[in-house]
Ligand binder design. Structure first.
Ligand SMILES: [Zn+2]
Length: 257
């Protein structure tokens, strides 16, 4: 599997930066993880007309879903659109309001997710956990033939995360903060240090930090997470692609340096 970063900005108006969106690929299967502001055109460029196999929305903050409408309306009929449970009605209302064709909403495959949900999309087997971000939201464990990705978008710490992420090849975590940061945001967002401690407890192969502030704590985030984890840590950049594979199957990361 490969994970490509279409966007991972933590703010709405970053010069040339886009909101959260990742494309997970395995053969002909392509699963989109979130679709933040500015990512729809980047997705179109990457796909070059090839279809998405499914879309997973981690939560309904605008930097994760601003481009959901054009993405949703571009899906082939029956393509699963997975969202946290509790958000189905309002998303259906929005899709119905903007749909030019009533058949689109009739054929849409919206699935609300709970921590008990199990979903298969092509070669991907998905399970989910609750997260803490003050809105309907899920974390996802995505297992494929060649590797396992655990995706924790914006969330505060939760005691079950280590079990949920156990043994993953890549743990993708949004880390808006550093351990020294305090206040309201620390209850609903992880620090780089917390991500590192989680990666160590879960025994993951690699820790990928994302969604770090654009104003420049990437080096500090890396150092703090690395110090806590002890294993490989990468701070993801927009346009970067990394392998999601067992350690002996991994290849060098590609994309802009
Ligand atoms: Zn959020």
């Amino acid at each position: 599997m490969e994970l490509s970063v279409l966007g991972n900005s933590s703010r709405y108006l970053v010069p040339l930066g886009a909101g959260t969106s990742y494309l997970l690929s395995e053969g002909d299967a392509r699963l989109l993880l979130d679709c933040g502001n500015g990512t729809h055109l980047r997705l179109a460029q990457v796909l070059e007309g090839k279809p998405l196999s499914g879309v997973l929305v981690s939560h309904f903050h605008l930097d994760n879903v601003a481009d959901l409408l054009p993405v949703a309306f571009s899906l082939a009929p029956g393509t699963p659109l997975l969202i946290p449970t509790g958000a189905e009605a309002r998303l259906k209302d929005v899709l119905r309001a903007y749909s030019m064709d009533r058949s689109w909403i009739q054929n849409a495959r919206l699935e609300g997710l709970t921590r008990k949900s199990k979903v298969e999309i092509g070669p991907f087997r998905l399970t989910f956990c609750n997260v803490g971000h003050g809105c309907p939201a899920v974390g996802a464990r995505i297992e494929g033939p060649s590797g396992t990705l655990v995706y924790l978008a914006d969330t505060g710490p939760r005691p079950w995360f280590a079990d949920f992420a156990r043994g993953a090849d890549v743990l993708l975590v949004h880390t808006l903060l550093l351990d020294r940061d305090e206040g309201e945001a620390a209850r609903t967002n992880l620090t780089a240090g917390a991500a590192g401690r989680l990666a160590r407890e879960a025994g993951v192969g690699k820790l990928a930090l994302s969604h770090v502030p654009f104003y420049g704590n990437a080096e500090e985030s890396h150092a703090e997470a690395k110090g806590a984890f002890g294993g490989e840590v990468v701070v993801l950049r927009e346009g970067q692609t990394i392998p999601v594979a067992k350690a002996d199957q991994g290849t060098l990361a590609t994309g802009p340096a």
